[in-house]
Write a protein that binds this ligand. Structure first.
Ligand SMILES: NC(=O)C1=CN([C@@H]2O[C@H](COP(=O)(O)OP(=O)(O)OC[C@H]3O[C@@H](n4cnc5c(N)ncnc54)[C@H](OP(=O)(O)O)[C@@H]3O)[C@@H](O)[C@H]2O)[C@@H](O)CC1
Ligand SMILES: [K+]
Length: 513
């Protein structure tokens, strides 16, 4: 599990550690910088460049984040790297001292910065020519987006890096990409996209939350002994991301005495004469995820298509432990879908609600998991009197997913390259897929995978409602499995939704094996 804590919780936890070290060399900043320098060396090796003779540049801001970057540069300079700090104002004095003592250079952008004065354009050229570029402008002390001159410098550099494709430096963000919303993943201004973020103590929410997560690259967390302090302080993770072991821990694995009913029966109300494929794909996802049985409800021609692809499906009503309602339904079926959602919730069954059925939710949909994409979430909120559109949802996905949760009582899984799951408690994210997964029908497969998982979990606790945290964790785990299946199926190239569903059993076998 990657657990991310808010900036306030991190500060409260580090306070006693900082007080205990009282400026002692070898304290938190020294350990953070040493680990950071280690990651830079790793990245230099990955580029086939030796540390001695390499070129490493850091953009340095006024706080301790800049201090980390300066001490890391000093450590690299000691090993023979050409280390250059670009200071964008007054910066950590001891850090500058250490860098200079190790033979590094300091370039100054702006009158109040130490070092050789340079134009912004020269600083950009220096940064762009480096093997590795560290972004140490702002950390968890950020208030709002980058200010000038850092904002302009980052905009210029981002443009150059965009044009260069893979030709520019490897970018490593120090603790967080500078200027992101540390706690909410917002992007209030320009942010330098990183290949990797080295985060100190614990991950920060913005590394896992869209849209900032797209700019953080691969997160690497450096252990600084903060976790026990967080526990003492009573902090709980604000955002979590499941890893392979977490999928295995949650996924119900059948025992010798299990039978199809004890493994979970999933009801699927999906598909229409216009969109029969949605039903076939949803069922394929559920079968691939190993549900005990699928009961399918839908028009005869669609049922025939479902049976042709999946002869093990039972067509017609009966007892189920969970539902998927909505994929591929046309408006003539929305009334039936709405009644079925309400009935399932009354009976205490978890329901995955997708597509057209999102528009016919009962006033309170507590117990449901809504699985919209950004456009569907905007429509759902508009239907409840909220003035929001797709672009606004994409700009602030956490805010609007939370709004939808507050207004419906349901767990909200917002689909995207980084999937977001919002309930009353911890926020979950998953980002194990590939860009190739953005393809027709992929959402139908996800609904089936999630439905199967919920049916399996509900079947393990007969007569009990699944608690909301379990449902939210299941939604994130299902999104993770779906993304991993896409990666398996893709092998780096295009992938169809059918292929993703077909790859789910192999993906689960690898995760559970
Ligand atoms: N947690 C840990 O265990 C460890 C943490 N460590 C490190 O410490 C970092 C936190 O350090 P920090 O508190 O000095 O904050 P940081 O973000 O560097 O700078 C804040 C300064 O920037 C300024 N400023 C604010 N917003 C701004 C803006 N938009 N644009 C421009 N300026 C802005 C603000 O000034 P003001 O807002 O008052 O104008 C203030 O002076 C943390 O991220 C990690 O890297 C490690 O060293 C050791 C282990
Ligand atoms: K940073």
């Amino acid at each position: 599990m990657i657990d991310a804590y808010t900036a306030a919780d991190v500060r409260a936890a580090e306070e006693p550690l900082l007080a205990a070290e009282r400026g002692f060399h070898g304290g938190l900043m020294h350990r953070a910088a040493t680990a950071l320098a280690g990651v830079v060396r790793e990245e230099l090796r990955a580029r086939g460049v030796r540390v001695a003779g390499s070129s490493v540049v850091a953009l340095v801001g006024r706080g301790n984040n800049g201090g980390d970057a300066l001490f890391a540069l000093a450590a690299l300079a000691q090993r023979g790297a050409a280390a250059v700090a670009v200071a964008l104002g007054p910066v950590h004095e001891a850090g500058v001292g250490a860098l200079r003592a190790a033979g590094g250079r300091v370039l100054a952008v702006g009158d109040d910065a130490p070092g050789e004065p340079v134009w912004v354009g020269d600083a950009v050229a220096e940064a762009f020519a480096a093997d590795v570029l560290m972004d140490g402008l702002l950390g968890i002390g950020a208030r709002g987006g980058l200010r000038e001159p850092a904002a302009g410098l980052v905009e210029l550099l981002t443009g150059l890096l965009d044009e260069a494709g893979t030709g520019g430096p490897t970018v490593i963000a120090v603790d967080v990409p500078s200027g992101i919303g540390v706690d909410d993943g917002a992007l209030p201004g320009p942010v330098l996209p990183a290949d990797r973020t080295v985060s100190f103590g614990v991950a920060k929410p913005g590394l896992l939350l869209p849209p900032a997560a797209h700019l953080a690259g691969q997160p690497t967390v450096v252990d600084l002994g903060l976790t026990p302090m967080l526990a003492v302080h009573g902090a709980s993770p604000a955002v979590r991301r499941p890893e392979a072991a977490d999928v295995a821990a949650l996924w119900p694995v059948p025992g010798e005495t299990d039978h199809k009913y004890s493994r979970g029966v999933l009801g699927v109300l999906a598909g229409s004469v216009g969109y029969p494929g949605a039903a076939v794909l949803c069922v394929a996802g559920a079968q691939g995820a190993g549900t005990g049985m699928v009961r399918y409800l839908g028009p005869d021609p669609v049922a025939r298509a479902v049976l042709a692809a999946h002869p093990e499906v039972v067509v017609g009503d009966g007892r189920v432990q969970a539902w998927v309602i909505g994929p591929g339904l046309t408006d003539d079926r929305w009334g039936v879908a709405g009644e079925r959602v309400a009935a399932a919730l009354r009976e205490g069954h978890p329901v995955v609600v997708d597509a057209g059925a999102l528009g016919v939710l009962p006033g309170s949909a507590e117990g449901a998991v809504l699985v919209p994409h950004a456009g569907e979430l905007a429509t759902l909120l508009q239907g409840r009197g909220v003035d929001v559109d797709r672009d606004a949802v994409q700009a602030e996905p956490l805010r609007w997913a939370r709004e939808a949760h507050d207004r419906t009582g349901a767990v909200v899984l917002l689909k995207g390259a980084v999937t977001l799951v919002v309930g009353a408690g911890t926020v979950w994210t998953a980002a194990d897929g590939t860009g190739w997964l953005a393809t027709a029908g992929a959402g139908d497969v996800l609904a089936g995978v999630l439905g199967a998982l919920l049916a399996g979990l509900a079947a393990r606790a007969p007569g009990e409602r699944l608690d909301e945290d379990t449902v939210a964790a299941a939604a994130a785990v299902a999104a993770s499995v779906h993304g991993r299946a896409a990666v398996h199926a893709s092998g780096g190239g295009p992938v169809t939704a059918s292929a993703v569903a077909a790859a789910v059993p192999r993906t689960l076998a690898n995760l559970l094996g």
